[in-house]
Design a protein around this ligand. Structure first.
Ligand code: G6P
Length: 609
C-alpha cells in the first residue's frame, strides 16, 4: 500500500515527484504530501485527498528544489488527514521521511522517544522513524538510518531527506518494494516502476535489509550484515504507453478490453500441438517434482485466490493431483501439514501482497518447493519463489483486477495441461485442450464486440438495487465469487457469490422480487442441475440474469436476461463467463458515477497485513 517516491538530480524535483505520485496513486489515494530541500529548510506540504489536491495546493508556493520526497497514502494507522499524511519529520524539521509498510513496534519506540523528549503530532506508526533518526544522528546520515532501521520491527520502504545532507536521498527497504531508477545526472527511487520508466530504463531493485545513499550521479548500497555492495543495474522493457489509459474512460475498461491480446501473450510459445502438451520454461526444473507431488497447495489473496480455486479444479480433474487452496493470511498463521512431496504455488498479480509473501516464506521455512504465478516481473514474490511462471498480463492499473485474473486462469490451464499430459492425458486429449485454448482469445474478442450494449442495458436496469446474488457450479463457482467481488469493489453494492446448490442452505431466504440473481448456466456437465436452481429462484419471484451458452433458446424462456457465451471445454469456461460479470460491475459503477479505477478504501497492492 502507499506509493513513495524520492528524487535527486538536475531537474525540478516537484515536477518529477508529482508526476510520479500520479502514477503511484493506484497504491493508495486518501492523502498525499511532499517534502523538498530548499536553501535553509525543508519545505513540507500535506493534504487529505488526492495527488491533484496536493498539486493545486503547492502550485503557487513551491520553491525551486532538486531533491525531495513524496507520498500517496492508504491509511493503516490514523485517519486520512493532513497531519497523518506523509512525509513525517523530526522535532526540528531537519529530517523528512516517507514510509510504506507498518512499524509493528511503534508504540514501544514512541514511548522510548517520548521519554527522550521527542514530540509527536500524528497518530501514525511512521512518525517514529524521523524521530529515531534525529535521536541517533551524529553527523553520519547513513549510520543514523542504519541504526534506526535496526530498531524497526515490521515492514518498510523508506525514502529520507536531511537538511544536513541536502544533495542526497536515503532509501531503505524491509518487506516493502523499492526500485531505484538511474537517469542522466539524476536518480528516482519509488515503490514501483510505474513512477520511473518515463525517466529511465536502468533500474536497481533494492533488497530487504539494504540501505542506499543516492546522489545525482552516484549510488552506494549497504546490505545488512554484509556491508557495501556493488549495485546491480538491470534493464527494464516496460513502456510508458503500456501503463497509460489509451483512450478508454477508465483503466478497468481498457484492461477488460485488452484481455484477448493478453491471453495471446500468456500462451505465446507455450503450446506444443504435436505433443499435445504445454511448455513452461520457468518451472522446467520443477516439473518432475510437481508431477510426483502428493499434494499441491495454492496460496493467494483476493481475485488471485479465485483464480487459484479454478486452478484447483483444473489440476485435480486434468492431472489428478490433490490440490488445496489457502488464503495467504490464513496459511501464514496455521500449522500446515507439509512434507517433502508437497509443492506450494503462490499466485499474485502484484507479487507484493504481504500475506501471500509471508505464506511463501512460511512454506520455504518448512523446506517446501515454492513456485510462483506472478504478473509483475522482478516483484518480491517473483524473486523469492524457487521458480515460476509469468502470466504476461502487462501493468494492471485498475484497482479491481480483471486481465490478470484471466491470465492467471489461462496459466493454470497451461499448467494443468502440462501436468495432465505427464500423468494421465493422451496426446489427443492434450490436443483438444490446446485447440480450445487457442480459440479463447478470438471468442473473447467477439464477445467484446457484442456484449457491451446488452450489458449496459442490464446495468442501467439494476444499478440502484442494493443486493445481488451470484451463483455458479463447478468451474463457474469461483467465477460467481469473482463476479460478486467485482460488483462489491467498485459499485459498493452488496453481493454474495455462492455455489448454486448451496443457495437452498441459506441465501434462498433472501430471494424476492427485488433480488437480482446472476446465474452462470452454461451447457456443461452440470447444466441440468443449475436449471433446477433457476427454477427455485423463479418460484420465489427472483430476477434471473443468466450467463448461458450460445443457442440455448430453452433457457432464454425462463430467465429475465440471457447473456450468451460460445461453447468451449468445461475447464476453460471461466475465461468466457467472467467477461460479462466484469462488464456488468464496470457499467453499474460507471452509471452510478463512481470512481471505477480508485474505489474507496481499496488499494491495488496490499503490502500490509
Ligand atoms: C488487493 C487488490 C485485488 C487483488 C488482491 C491480491 O486486494 O485490490 O485486486 O486481487 O489485492 O493481490 P495480488 O497482487 O497478490 O494478486
Amino acid at each position: 500500500m502507499c506509493g513513495i517516491i524520492g528524487y535527486v538530480g538536475k531537474n525540478d524535483a516537484t515536477n518529477v515527484l508529482i508526476k510520479g505520485l500520479h502514477r503511484l496513486e493506484y497504491r493508495g489515494y486518501d492523502s498525499a504530501g511532499i517534502a523538498l530541500i530548499t536553501q535553509n529548510d525543508i519545505f513540507l506540504r500535506k493534504v487529505a485527498g488526492r495527488v491533484n489536491e496536493l498539486a493545486q495546493t503547492i502550485e503557487v508556493s513551491v520553491p525551486q528544489s532538486n531533491v525531495g520526497i513524496a507520498h500517496t497514502r492508504w491509511a493503516t494507522h490514523g485517519v486520512p488527514n493532513d497531519v497523518n499524511a506523509h512525509p513525517h519529520t523530526d522535532c526540528k524539521n531537519r529530517f523528512a521521511v516517507v514510509h510504506n509498510g507498518i512499524i509493528e513496534n511503534y508504540r514501544t519506540l514512541k514511548k522510548f522517544l517520548e521519554e527522550k523528549n521527542h514530540k509527536f503530532i500524528s497518530d501514525t506508526d511512521s512518525e517514529v522513524i524521523p524521530h529515531l533518526i534525529e535521536e541517533f544522528y551524529n553527523g553520519d546520515m547513513m549510520a543514523a538510518v542504519k541504526k534506526s532501521c535496526s530498531y524497526l520491527e515490521g515492514t518498510y520502504g523508506l525514502v529520507i531527506i536531511s537538511l544536513d545532507c541536502p544533495d542526497r536521498i536515503i532509501v531503505a527497504r524491509m518487506g516493502s518494494p523499492l526500485v531505484i531508477g538511474k537517469g542522466k545526472d539524476e536518480y528516482i527511487a519509488a515503490s514501483d516502476l510505474a513512477a520511473i520508466i518515463s525517466h529511465t530504463d536502468q533500474v536497481i531493485y533494492l533488497k530487504d535489509g539494504e540501505i542506499a545513499e543516492v546522489e545525482k550521479d552516484h549510488v552506494k548500497i549497504d546490505r545488512r550484515d554484509v556491508g557495501l555492495i556493488t549495485p546491480e543495474i538491470e534493464h527494464v522493457t516496460l513502456t510508458l504507453e503500456q501503463i497509460e489509459r489509451g483512450g478508454y474512460d477508465h483503466f478497468m475498461l481498457k484492461e477488460i478490453c485488452e484481455q484477448p491480446v493478453i491471453l495471446r501473450d500468456t500462451i505465446r510459445g507455450r503450446l506444443n500441438y504435436d505433443d499435445g502438451i504445454a511448455r513452461l520454461n520457468g518451472i522446467a526444473d520443477y516439473t518432475e517434482r510437481l508431477r510426483d507431488a502428493d499434494r499441491i497447495i495454492i496460496v493467494a489473496c483476493g481475485t488471485s485466490w479465485h483464480a487459484a480455486l479454478i486452478g484447483e479444479y483444473m489440476i485435480e480433474s486434468l492431472a489428478g493431483i490433490p490440490v488445496e487452496v489457502e488464503y495467504g493470511s490464513e496459511f501464514r498463521y496455521r500449522k500446515p501439514v507439509l512434507n517433502k512431496r508437497t509443492v506450494c504455488i503462490v499466485v499474485s498479480q502484484s507479487g507484493e501482497t504481504a500475506d501471500t509473501l509471508a505464506a511463501l516464506r512460511e512454506a520455504k521455512r518448512h523446506g517446501v518447493s515454492v513456485l510462483g504465478i506472478c504478473n509483475v516481473v522482478g516483484s518480491t514474490i517473483a524473486r523469492e519463489t524457487d521458480a515460476g511462471i509469468y502470466i504476461h498480463a502487462g501493468p494492471e492499473i485498475g484497482v479491481a483486477s480483471t486481465k490478470a485474473f484471466l491470465a492467471q486462469i489461462m496459466t493454470f490451464a497451461l499448467l494443468s495441461l502440462l501436468l495432465g499430459r505427464l500423468r494421465r492425458l493422451s496426446i489427443d486429449e492434450g490436443r483438444i485442450i490446446i485447440e480450445a485454448i487457442k480459440r479463447i482469445p478470438d471468442e473473447l474478442s467477439d464477445l467484446l464486440e457484442c456484449l457491451p450494449q446488452q450489458i449496459k442495458e442490464i446495468a442501467m436496469t439494476f444499478k440502484d438495487h442494493k443486493n445481488f446474488l451470484y451463483l455458479g457450479r463447478g468451474y463457474n463457482f469461483p467465477v460467481a465469487l469473482e463476479g460478486a467481488l467485482k460488483l462489491k469493489e467498485i459499485s459498493y453494492i452488496h453481493a454474495e457469490g455462492y455455489p448454486a446448490a448451496e443457495m437452498k442452505h441459506g441465501p434462498i431466504a433472501l430471494i424476492d422480487k427485488d433480488m437480482p440473481v446472476v446465474v452462470i448456466a452454461i451447457k456443461d456437465a452440470i447444466y441440468d442441475k443449475v436449471l433446477s436452481n433457476i427454477e427455485e429462484i423463479r418460484a420465489r419471484y427472483g430476477i434471473v440474469i443468466a450467463v448461458c451458452s450460445e443457442g440455448d433458446t430453452d433457457l432464454k424462456k425462463y430467465v429475465d436476461h440471457a447473456i450468451c457465451v460460445p461453447y468451449t471445454i468445461d475447464p476453460l469456461y471461466p475465461l468466457l463467463t467472467v467477461l460479462p460479470l466484469q462488464l456488468l460491475a464496470y457499467y453499474i459503477a460507471d452509471f452510478k458515477g463512481l470512481d471505477v479505477d480508485k474505489p474507496r478504501n481499496l488499494a491495488k497492492s496490499v503490502t500490509v497485513e
